[in-house]
Design a protein around this ligand. Structure first.
Ligand SMILES: [Zn+2]
Length: 251
């Protein structure tokens, strides 16, 4: 559990991993954070196969270390273990995506109530600094940065609530939501424009229930983008191969 907690803290604190060059002496936690950042920036697509061998070559580390990093991500449910020392990036089903949004509806309002109760002036400044980074990425048209930063806004809230268990849980929910967006939404989208600023404004004016309402509206918009009501083929990689083999669907 410690690595998840450390990961949530460090990813927010360091703005991902900043400058990251291949070098000896990397830890499994650093590699895990780098992989999480890749997912936040939509660089690791759902269902992608990843082998220990490939990771150890990419990061210039031993296979043992690569295995430790993939095990951490498997524990989070972000990677799915496969035979032959490989895993795939999770590919959340429609049911998974609905469960993620439902869990976020339970957790994020409480995070907000906690922040409104306890946020210091410097906490509010941190929130404003994060919003400024989002705005800058929007203005410069840096989509990868923007998608990551909008995801990290929610982790920032979890960090400000100062509950490490909730912070690591939010990290898991947020990474998997990112993957669900890639599977189910029409475009590679971040959070809807300006809604984070509305939430922050209510927090700043210590209007807990107003901020909760803004968050619930925001989560509803994310849910709508996921188009979970529509009946569409699931495109699970396993289903494709089962269909090719004639195990499912019409002959
Ligand atoms: Zn958001």
């Amino acid at each position: 559990m410690d690595h998840l907690r450390g990961e949530a803290d460090a990813t927010v604190r360091e703005g991902g991993l900043g400058d990251f060059k291949r070098q000896r002496g990397r830890t499994a936690d650093e590699i895990t954070r780098r992989l999480v950042r890749a997912i936040f920036e939509h660089r690791l697509p759902p269902g992608m196969r990843i082998t220990e061998e490939k990771l150890s070559r990419t990061f210039g580390v031993s296979r043992t270390l690569a295995r430790q990093a993939t095990s951490q991500l498997c524990e989070m449910g972000v990677f799915v273990k496969k035979p032959n020392y490989s895993c795939t990036v999770a590919h959340p089903s429609r049911e998974d995506a609905q469960a993620l949004i439902d869990a976020r509806r339970m957790v994020e309002p409480e995070l907000i109530r906690q922040i409104v109760r306890s946020a210091s002036a410097s906490d509010l400044r941190l929130l404003d600094e994060h919003l400024a980074l989002e705005q800058e990425a929007r203005l410069t048209g840096d989509r990868s940065q923007l998608i990551r930063l909008t995801g990290e806004f929610h982790l920032k809230l979890a960090e400000l609530a100062r509950n490490p268990y909730l912070a690591s849980f939010m990290m898991r929910l947020q990474v998997l939501t990112c993957l669900a967006i890639l599977v189910h939404a029409d475009g590679e989208t971040g959070c809807p424009r300006d809604e984070h600023a509305d939430i922050a404004q209510k927090i700043r004016s210590r209007d807990a229930e107003g901020a909760v309402q803004q968050m619930l509206t925001h989560l509803q918009h994310i849910e709508l983008e996921l188009r979970l009501e529509e009946v569409r083929p699931s495109h699970q990689p396993e289903d494709t191969f089962r269909w090719l083999a004639g195990d499912i669907g019409a002959g």
